[in-house]
Design a protein around this ligand. Structure first.
Ligand code: ADP
Ligand code: MG
Length: 702
């Protein structure tokens, strides 16, 4: 068995050589045998059978048919020029369309003749259609020549590669050479028991069949096996890290609940905790008594009350003689945390300090000193906190807000601030889907606050079309008459900035006309303003002086005005779901019934419609995040872009949720039974992660 073979530079593969190796590396990042082995086909061409017109539907992949030409017609002019042909077989009629190469195709189409067409079925105006099919004249002889066709792999390629005869076919040849030479060296990397339990195809067979499937069922089995492997080893790596950490690091023990916690709970807490908050506190309490470092993710919707849970956990730490800190990704958020913690406890009770980029050198010196002496117990700040100059006497508990904006490396730097690493509580600003959490934060334990404080009135969300604008103005006036304030938000997106700015200015003008002085006062806030000016305008709204704030998404985070009860989002169809949800979260903070009005044009894309319908239908951030994931795919969910964990080759966290759950459970069971991986049946897993063809880029996984 020769595992090193997969590390062989691709130049040494039969049929490659130096110059082809060079383009393969540059264009597709293929530099050795393993890379090519994992350059999977992006689709398969089903040449195994001929379909009938009646069977076609838009869910089918590329298919082939034998049809006869009835008529052809060139429609439109210049840019809209297209060729439309009617074809038929004994089951029905369909339409073919070409928007390019019109004249060339037109020449080869002869009414009355039969053709083999190959392409993706679609539908247009309720009729079956195929755009840009491959087409060739049909004859019984031509068919025989094609021989035994099966599922043909199609590989992604580029213009540059094609110049080296490395189109899809060319790459297919290389893969065939590779498999012939070293398929025998592909080693199994999953335990026998799992293969049996989940009826997984062997690894070698799976690699063969994903490239050259015998038939559709075998292809499905091969793909499933390799997806399983992909998801399994991500979880394996995450939970292995977790297990190692548990074995290696001791954790501070918060043995007792003391004065600070109890006094706060008895005298300061202005409301009763929700059951969800109590449950999470209990989880944290248990974690911090075990003598093992806690690493916990706290998820909860906007307004679910994460802050007070964080604070009470910190009080627990302080009761046991430790210092604590909260780290937020931006100065605005840090300042906001500072304000909300200060509103819960006063200086007589405990001193709270803020440290950001804008903290003066003089104030810093005082802070540093108080931290080193252990006098200061609660520090809130930005990444300024992790600078080496900031030294604690005994840091025991760290809260990280929105950690996906921090790297894992930064998390580690916080740990190192203490001999025994502090317990870590990570909070996300908005819920993320379960499968994403399991992958991005798979090495953390997860706590969820799935309940809003009692008495909170759910925000009512309405979707208005442009034609209902007058109704919207009427509604705004009613609310202002009741003493409420209103946000009006416009999109400002980099790619269309000039147009958006014009929209914003037009919008402001319309608003100013509809809500004239002196009866109404409007303030304006957008990212292009100077900081001081922005601050002043914000202040006018916060103080209640202005009735309406017209803004771009700068207000997404950082404004808290309980009296604002209406959020109007213009061009709502252009916002992503999580952004809409975030914006909506700006209202509903006071005692009054709050509203969110989504304004859109009548022209809505399919996804745009789903987004707005979802917003109207639910206030539940978890539900919304799941739909967002389905619509946009895991790579586009906010905050996940930089994460290499999501560079999956085969599996998809949106569509393979069930498989992920299964893999997670398998890995959990393995570590529960055998945390040090000492059992003989697990030896294969330890080896697997060291194989050069291990199937994963380990370095990308945190
Ligand atoms: P988030 O989870 O978005 O960070 P916060 O912690 O900022 O939510 O809480 C939102 C608001 O709800 C705050 O004003 C907070 O004081 C209040 N709050 C938190 N918990 C409760 C509760 N159990 N009952 C009533 N109000 C609560
Ligand atoms: Mg918060």
């Amino acid at each position: 068995m020769n595992q090193q073979i997969f590390q062989t530079p691709i130049a040494y593969l039969k049929g490659v050589g130096a110059s082809r190796a060079d383009v393969l590396q540059k264009e597709l990042g293929i530099s050795n045998f393993a890379d090519l082995l994992r350059h999977f086909p992006f689709r398969y061409i089903d040449r195994t059978r001929f379909y009938k017109v009646k069977e076609l539907n838009p869910d089918l992949p590329n298919v082939q048919l034998i049809v006869r030409l009835r008529s052809k017609e060139i429609l439109g002019e210049k840019h809209t020029k297209r060729l439309v042909a009617q074809v038929y077989d004994d089951t029905g009629v369909m339409e073919l369309a070409w928007f390019q190469g019109v004249r060339w195709v037109e020449k080869i189409l002869i009414p009355g003749k039969a053709y083999i067409i190959f392409g993706k079925p679609g539908s247009f105006n309720g009729k079956t259609q195929m755009a840009h099919p491959e087409i060739e004249r049909y004859s019984p002889e031509a068919l025989k020549e094609r021989g035994n066709m099966t599922l043909q792999p199609a590989y992604s390629s580029t213009e540059k590669l094609k110049a080296f005869q490395l189109d899809s076919k060319g790459i297919q040849h290389l893969v065939a050479n590779l498999l012939e030479q070293c398929a025998k060296d592909i080693q199994e990397n999953l335990p026998e028991t799992l293969l049996k339990q989940f009826k997984l195809m062997g690894r070698k067979e799976a690699y063969w069949n994903i490239h050259f499937p015998a038939d559709a069922a075998t292809l499905a089995a091969a793909t499933n096996r390799l997806k399983f492997e992909e998801l399994f080893f991500i979880q394996f790596k995450l939970l292995k890290n977790k297990a190692l950490r548990t074995l290696k690091f001791k954790g501070n023990v918060f043995g007792s609940v003391g004065e600070y916690f109890n006094t706060f709970y008895r005298d300061k807490l202005p409301f009763a905790l929700t059951n969800a908050q109590k449950r999470v506190l209990k989880e944290i309490r248990q974690d911090t008594q075990r003598g093992v470092q806690m690493n916990r993710l706290l998820q909860g919707d906007v307004g679910s009350g994460k802050t007070v849970v964080a604070l009470m956990s910190m009080l627990l730490a302080i009761d046991n003689g430790f210092q604590t800190c909260i780290m937020a990704p931006t100065e605005i958020l840090a300042t906001q945390h500072y304000a909300s913690i200060k509103s819960l406890i006063d200086d007589d009770f405990l001193e709270v300090a803020l440290l950001t980029g804008s903290t003066s050198a003089k104030a810093r010196r005082v802070l540093h000193q108080k931290l080193e002496s252990g006098e200061l117990k609660i520090l809130i700040g930005t990444h300024a906190l992790i600078e080496d100059k900031v030294q604690f006497k005994n840091l025991g508990f760290v809260v990280i807000d929105e950690q996906h904006r921090f790297g894992v490396e930064q998390r580690a730097r916080l740990w190192r601030k203490n001999a025994v690493p502090p317990h870590v509580l990570v909070m996300t600003a908005t819920p993320i889907p379960r499968t994403l959490a399991m992958t991005l934060y798979g090495d953390l334990d997860i706590s969820i606050i799935d309940e809003l404080p009692a008495g909170r009135k759910p925000i009512e969300t309405l979707h208005y079309y442009e034609t209902q604008r007058l109704r919207m103005f009427g509604f705004m006036k009613e609310e202002i008459a009741k003493g409420r304030q209103i946000y009006v938000v416009y999109p400002l997106i980099k790619e269309s900035e000039t147009l958006d700015l014009k929209n914003l200015t037009d919008g402001i003008e319309v608003m100013a006309r509809e809500f004239p002085l002196p009866q109404y006062r409007i303030c304006i806030v957008h990212g292009k303003m100077k900081a001081a000016e922005k601050q002043m305008e914000m202040e006018r709204f916060v103080s209640g002086h202005a009735h309406i704030m017209v803004a771009t998404t700068v207000i997404e985070v950082g404004v808290n005005v309980p009296n604002a009860s209406v959020m109007i989002i213009e061009n709502a169809e252009r916002f992503g779901l999580s952004q809409l949800h975030q914006l909506r979260g700006r209202v509903g903070r006071g005692a009054e019934q709050s509203y969110c009005i989504l304004m859109s044009s009548h022209k809505l894309s399919h996804d745009g419609k789903i987004r707005l319908d979802t917003m109207v239908k639910t206030n539940n951030g978890f539900e919304i995040s799941e739909i967002d994931l389905q619509l946009r795919g895991p790579g586009n969910i906010e905050g996940t872009q930089q994460s290499g964990v999501l560079d999956l080759k085969l599996a998809n966290l949106a569509t393979d949720q069930q498989l992920l759950m299964i893999c997670r459970k398998c890995v959990e069971d393995i570590f529960a039974e055998d945390p040090r991986l000492e059992l003989p049946q697990h030896a294969i897993l330890n080896q697997a992660t060291q194989l050069p063809d291990g199937g994963l880029s380990w370095d990308k996984i945190s």
